[in-house]
Design a protein around this ligand. Structure first.
Ligand SMILES: [Zn+2]
Length: 114
């Protein structure tokens, strides 16, 4: 249920940028979400429709780009994409791992109309 504050900060950032660009309207937002970031697209979209109302961003389309989880085995230094239910290293079976990718959540870019 933490999508609301997350969505609010996306709106705030995009409105700030739109203002700087003297845009009349925000048309598209491009968001990047890592598989491990527990953010649900539909919830973001749900809150977005509510909080963007009567702002420059009303009606803007949200685009989500998912980043696959990638781990690095600290025992044998292999980088790999883990299977859904098995995070262990496919090479040495180790579980001493570090997350390389998949925890991202950020606003990549916005498209505006001047
Ligand atoms: Zn390993």
């Amino acid at each position: 249920m933490h999508e609301l504050p997350v969505t609010e900060s996306i709106l705030e950032i995009s409105l700030r940028h739109a203002k700087q660009a003297e845009a009349r309207r925000i048309t598209d937002l491009h968001l990047v979400i890592g598989q491990l970031a527990s953010i649900v697209d539909d919830s973001v979209q749900f809150y977005w429709d509510i909080i963007s109302k009567d702002t420059l961003a009303e009606g803007a389309i949200l685009h989500f780009r998912r980043i696959e989880t990638e781990l690095r085995c600290l025992d044998c230094t292999l980088n790999y994409k883990p299977a859904e239910y098995d995070m262990a290293c496919p090479s040495c079976g180790g579980s001493n791992v570090r997350v390389v990718a998949g925890e991202e959540f950020f606003l990549e870019s916005i498209d505006v109309e001047n």
